[in-house]
Design a protein around this ligand. Structure first.
Ligand code: SP5
Ligand code: ZN
Length: 360
């Protein structure tokens, strides 16, 4: 299996995040992607390669151009303003009930205001290398998509930063550009017909859902922690099913704390049954491993063998797969869990010689 990765992710080093009143160290760290890269590099089933540059045309089609412009300019503008903190993060947001819900305020000129205009939370700092890393993650995703368009049955993009929380006009949730959504735009443009999205991250993919909310040709299926309980709180409920041409083309399964291997795999089967017949052969997988029982910020109870079985079941549908990395924060076991998911997706047995932690 081709594995696309880029060392440029190392330039994105968020120094902190603010969550539930706790200013603390960032969870989305460089060691995550290095754990995955090391685990895959040690397994001859995987062939690692660097991405090809793709430019920003597709990103500008998926995202509001002002967001892309802001991400590119934010760090130099912040520096030029005389501010010198380690990272740029919003303190104020244009909340939907301000002024009039119908009227969008103008984008402010101050960097500290602009960042709130284009973001939705306080967990996604912009640092000196964020834009370079976000562009590289997108190139990684698009290069994996190219492999499938060229005939590969499955390809994996080791995206960091991740993407599924980034909406058309907002970044957040450790995500800046929506890698999966841009890949879907690429596949649609290549004439691949209807493209399925299977979002397996612990958190609901609010950005991806929003981008395809009114698209009937991009069915979106997600299983995730119930937003009544966990981030991102405001989307992912079962009654969100799409609108307009996309009515009925969104399928959310919010799941309880403690969801274990059996319950998870049953929910996965439901998502796969729902997707069957709604796409024309290619499914983009947003692969989050933050469903792991030892994940430090999530509350599912999956064990390592479930990842191999999940990959096996997804591939057994016969769909061709563009698999893109999203979350997963138990760094020591992250690489091994991804490796087993991908071996399952490649129709390979789990390799008994490796144990969790060997790759990290
Ligand atoms: C891509 C992705 O997985 N983004 C997730 C963003 C979630 N950010 C919330 C971080 C929650 C930290 N809470 C710590 C609670 C420890 N019990
Ligand atoms: Zn997540």
């Amino acid at each position: 299996m081709r594995v696309v990765h880029s060392p440029l992710h190392l330039l994105h080093e968020p120094p902190f995040e603010v969550f539930s009143g706790h200013p603390g160290p960032a969870w989305e760290v460089t060691a995550r992607a290095e754990s995955i890269r090391a685990a895959l590099a040690a397994d001859p089933a995987f062939a690692l390669e660097l991405p090809a540059e793709h430019g920003l045309e597709l990103a500008l089609a998926v995202h509001e151009p002002g967001l892309v412009r802001f991400l590119a300019e934010a760090w130099p503008a912040w520096q030029a303003s005389g501010e010198r903190p380690a990272a740029l993060m919003a303190d104020t947001f244009p909340y939907p009930r301000s002024r009039s819900a119908r009227r969008r305020p103008p984008e402010p000129r101050a960097p500290g205001g602009r960042v709130g205009y284009w973001s939705f939370d306080t967990t996604s700092p912009i640092t000196a290398g964020t834009w370079i890393a976000a562009r590289a993650a997108l190139d990684v995703a698009l290069t994996a998509a190219d492999a499938v368009l060229a005939g590969d049955v499955v390809a994996y993009g080791l995206c960091r930063p991740p993407g599924h929380h980034a909406g058309r006009s907002t970044f957040g949730g450790y995500c800046y550009l929506n890698n999966a959504a841009v890949v879907v735009a690429r596949l649609l443009g290549a004439g691949a017909g209807r493209i399925g999205i299977l979002d397996l991250d612990f958190h609901h993919g609010n950005g991806t859902q929003e981008i395809f909310w009114e698209r009937g040709d991009v069915p979106y299926a997600s299983l995730h922690g119930d937003p009544h309980r966990v981030y991102p709180y405001f989307s992912g409920h079962a009654d969100e099913t799409g609108e307009g041409a996309g009515a009925g083309a969104t399928f959310n399964q919010p799941l309880p704390a403690g969801t274990d291997d059996t319950a998870y795999l049953t929910a996965l089967d439901r998502s796969l049954d729902w997707l069957a017949g709604r796409h024309d052969g290619i499914v983009v997988v947003s692969l989050g491993i933050d469903t792991y029982g030892l994940d430090p910020i999530c509350d599912f109870a999956l064990t390592t063998p479930a990842y191999h079985e999940a990959g096996r079941r997804v591939a057994a549908t016969g769909a061709r797969l563009v698999i893109l990395q999203e979350g997963g924060y138990h760094v020591a076991h992250l690489g091994e869990n991804v490796r087993l998911w991908l071996r399952g997706a490649a129709g390979l047995t789990p390799d008994a010689a490796a144990r969790p932690g060997d790759g990290g």
